[in-house]
Design a protein around this ligand. Structure first.
Ligand SMILES: *Cc1c(COP(=O)(O)O)cnc(C)c1O
Length: 241
């Protein structure tokens, strides 16, 4: 077994254990493999080991990988699912709308409107999570929690987007209790929005939270999608933005 295949198995093991500890079914937490800074060969290796969903932070780099992987023989090409999990500038929305299946980092209506306008006719609606800045931490991206419902409501009206849930990237605290507290706060916000009665939320089912260092706490708090990079591909060759 390759290192990546072996790492995938270990991470799936962590997810299964965390689900068991939380009394949740393991099938309810999707593993997103964060392949930023790693080349197409690493993605191909993970795909051959059965991984299907991949997350990319840098738009240009991600699109290049998507195109290479699509043309790789022996791979389930179009079976791969691509998630944009990095910040999106206005001049990159067309690339995102044209190539990705999911976007986790919508935190402004203007970006959402551009993504909806630019989503090609032949593709299904872009699946969108609203990024929330739960801890006001060093990662300043994300809508403040108090403004999340209004943004969800506005984005839910856009024709070529489907609002799927919330995403957060809290600074990882060293202690489990602190990790759990911030993820719980995100889950409670998610529950409030899901129960708000806003139109267009029939598929509001996704809580994208938890990374290599804090996926156990995220799963205990209710995460449905953990985004794991280092735990699968190893330490990144260059620092993350
Ligand atoms: C890089 C990144 C991850 C993965 O982080 P690891 O600590 O390597 O697991 C997850 N989410 C986002 C938004 C990222 O930028």
């Amino acid at each position: 077994m390759t290192t990546i295949a072996n790492n995938l198995q270990q991470v799936q093991g962590r997810i299964a254990q965390a689900c068991a500890a939380a009394g949740r079914e393991a099938g309810n937490v999707l593993l997103l493999a964060v392949s930023k800074t790693f080349g197409p060969d690493a993605v191909a290796e993970a795909a051959l080991a059965g991984q299907r969903a991949f997350g990319e932070n840098y738009i240009q780099e991600g699109v290049e990988k998507i195109l290479v992987l699509r043309d790789m023989p022996a791979l389930p090409g179009s079976a791969l699912q691509w998630h944009c999990i990095g910040p999106i500038q206005s001049n990159k929305t067309r690339l995102v709308a044209g190539h990705f299946d999911w976007v986790h980092t919508v935190d402004r209506l203007k970006i959402a409107e551009r993504l909806s306008d630019q989503r090609p006719e032949g593709l299904p609606p872009l699946q969108v999570c609203i990024q929330v800045n739960m801890d006001g931490g060093a990662t300043k991206s994300g809508v403040p929690p108090a403004e999340a419902l209004a943004l969800v409501q506005a984005v839910a009206r856009l024709p070529r987007l489907k609002v799927r849930g919330l995403m957060s990237i809290p600074d990882v605290a060293p202690e489990y209790a602190a990790q759990l507290a911030v993820h719980e706060a995100t889950r409670q916000l998610f529950d409030r929005i899901a129960a708000s009665g806003v139109d267009g939320l029939e598929a509001f089912d996704t809580l994208s939270m938890g990374m290599t260092a804090d996926l156990e706490a995220a799963i205990q708090a209710g995460s449905t999608m953990v985004r794991v990079g280092t735990g699968i591909f190893g330490v990144r060759p260059r620092p993350a933005a």
